[in-house]
Write a new protein. Structure first.
Length: 250
């Protein structure tokens, strides 16, 4: 992005929107959508912006550059809300963060029992959260001043639950990539099948036209009806219109 906010404003609890939000006007989004469509003239259907990575355009006008996502970081580092991060930064352990860990980390020598299963641990923590919440409700009804200890227990349970979920992020990213590749493969196969079907239609039309031309050469003295030739021509026109609509063929 051309305009950057000062790091101090990005590190605040409630940072202001980045200055390039002004570039996202209806006119600008329409223009860049048209440019992206021109880069992919042979797409049979519009891509879903929620699932597809936008097409990068090299020679964008200056007023549209903020609408294009930035390139991946070359050195493996980036900034988010003013704080530096690295792509290969490992997930810190709860001990390194100075927090209490309520479960044996799966994959460690001591985590080979059934308690090493992450799904099982998540269920146990969820049940413990419900139980501690009910105990908190009971404490608040009897002696509200004694709530702090139970609230700290609930906070510890939530931290452990959230940390265990974060350990699933690499698996989630890998499965998401697999689904994206499978979706691309299915679209490629569908386009290949559509091209094969269209090829058969065109071959049939050409064959029909050749038959019609042969009939025309023989003349109409044999009493041959020319309506067949007209039908062939109309069918050929329909095929070319469908080619133009689906593949951009003029």
């Amino acid at each position: 992005m051309e305009e950057q906010q000062p790091p101090s404003s990005l590190a605040t609890a409630f940072p202001s929107p980045p200055p390039f939000w002004k570039s996202f006007t209806p006119e600008s989004t329409t223009r860049i959508a048209a440019l992206r469509a021109a880069e992919l003239p042979f797409l049979r259907q519009a891509q879903d912006p929620a699932c597809e990575v936008p097409v990068r355009i090299l020679d964008l006008p200056a007023e549209l550059r903020n609408l294009q996502p930035p390139e991946p970081p070359v050195d493996g580092s980036y900034r988010c809300f003013g704080d530096p991060f690295r792509l290969d930064e490992p997930l810190p352990t709860l001990q390194a963060l100075g927090l209490e860990q309520l479960y044996t980390p799966p994959g460690t020598p001591n985590g080979s029992s059934k308690y090493a299963d992450r799904a099982f641990i998540l269920k146990r923590i969820a049940k413990s959260l419900l139980l501690n919440f009910l105990e908190l409700v009971g404490i608040m009804s009897i002696d509200p001043e004694q709530y702090s200890e139970k609230v700290d227990h609930i906070k510890t349970l939530f931290v452990n639950f959230h940390h265990l979920l974060n350990e699933y992020r690499p698996h989630q990213a890998r499965e998401s990539l697999i689904l994206m590749m499978q979706d691309q493969l299915e679209r490629s196969r569908a386009e290949t099948r559509a091209i094969g079907e269209m090829k058969k239609k065109v071959e049939g039309i050409l064959e029909g036209l050749s038959v019609g031309l042969g009939v025309e050469k023989n003349g109409l003295e044999n009493g041959v009806d020319v309506r067949h030739e007209r039908e062939v021509v109309e069918e050929g026109r329909d095929v070319w219109e469908e080619l133009e609509r689906e593949f951009g063929v003029v």
